[in-house]
Design a protein around this ligand. Structure first.
Ligand code: ADP
Length: 334
């Protein structure tokens, strides 16, 4: 697993859980989402009603699971956590839905990856708190209607556009989570350091924040690696120098690029003069699969304005040359 990867695979689940904010006040950043959710939840509570279904879109590691748990906590309701890929048959979903308690929060991660029949069952469940359970097969099959207690579905997806409109339309509340500003990530890191009993200076957390790719999960993970380094190589105190040296060991640079990201940029600049070059050619030069370059390295390079995808191929931006400390060839763009 990549140190700067945004997925939770390979992370220590117990530590992740310990670092999760427990209520909306503790949740850092995402001001608008927080304000809107706060209003929605307070109103539902005042009415003694179940909260509207919530759709959260945004990249992995930005706090969607955390927010769903906060919604349950604020509603003093239990929560059930599952994901689209785990629900392959409508029957899997029926089993979950029929065992929910009144007011329970159902968190459905990667909701865009649910199977089609399950999705259709979910439409009715969301709208009417009812499902039709199909009993039997073929011409003798019958649909048995089953009443469900009111519940709150919290769906999470990387992009709301991936959802079929009929599903999207059934959410009463939709929020898009943005990448975090460095100053916000610094607050996340300071908070986590406090919980983990790590002494860190403001310049130490700023250094880690700058390398965290706008993502709290990555910030927390980098903090843990820096903590190890500070313990072994220094007196345990995280300064700017310690943070920079620790992340240097893991080849995560000042801007959060790792070895793979830099290999792609370097090949693009040094072998192809900054492009344009085709994805396949670039991938062969780096010695990686096409998919790895396209799906793992490029999205962040594009987001950072270091690489552009054009109809003629991949092109480095002036910022890419600057980042690697190289001079662009003379006469380009003239
Ligand atoms: P997602 O579900 O979007 O992949 P998570 O909710 O699992 O992301 O968050 C990943 C980690 O980042 C968690 O350990 C959580 O503590 C931390 N985190 C996410 N958002 C915030 C935030 N706004 N403030 C503090 N910590 C956060």
């Amino acid at each position: 697993e990549r140190l700067v990867g945004a997925s939770a695979a390979g992370d220590d689940q117990a530590v992740e859980a310990a670092l999760r904010p427990k209520d909306l006040h503790e949740f850092i950043g995402q001001e608008k989402v927080r304000e809107q959710l706060d209003l929605m939840l307070r109103a539902a509570r005042a009415r003694g009603a179940t909260a509207d279904h919530v759709l959260l879109s945004g990249a992995p590691g930005l706090g969607k699971t955390t927010l769903s748990m906060i919604i349950a906590a604020e509603m003093e309701a239990p929560i059930r956590i599952t994901s689209g890929p785990a629900i392959q048959h409508a029957g899997d979903l029926a089993a979950i839905l029929s065992s929910l308690q009144e007011g329970e929060v159902l968190f459905l991660d990667e909701i865009h990856r649910m199977s089609r029949p399950a999705e259709e069952m979910l439409y009715m469940a969301m709208e009417d708190f009812r499902v039709d359970v199909i009993v039997g097969k073929g011409p003798g099959a019958t649909a048995i209607p089953l009443e469900l207690p009111p519940f709150t579905l919290v769906g999470a997806t990387t992009r709301a556009g991936l959802l079929p409109p009929p599903l999207r339309d059934r959410f009463g509340f939709t929020a898009h989570m943005e990448f975090y500003e460095p100053a916000e990530l610094q607050l996340v890191i300071d908070r986590s350091a406090h919980l983990l009993d790590v002494t860190i200076g403001a310049d130490g957390s700023a250094e880690i924040a700058g390398r965290s790719r706008g993502t709290p999960r990555i910030a927390n993970r980098l903090l843990r690696r820096v903590r190890d380094y500070a313990q072994v190589k220094a007196d345990g105190v995280v300064t700017r120098e310690i943070a920079a040296a620790a992340l240097g060991v893991y080849e995560v640079d000042e801007r959060g690029l790792d070895r793979l990201d830099r290999a792609v940029l370097e090949a693009l600049l040094k072998l192809f003069g900054g492009g344009p070059v085709g994805l396949s050619t670039l991938s062969v030069a780096v010695g990686e699969e096409r998919e790895t370059v396209e799906e793992v390295a490029e999205p962040f390079l594009v987001r950072e304005g270091l690489l552009a995808r054009t109809p003629r191929g991949r092109v480095a931006t002036p910022a890419a040359w600057a980042h690697l400390g190289l001079a662009p060839p003379q006469g380009r763009g003239s």
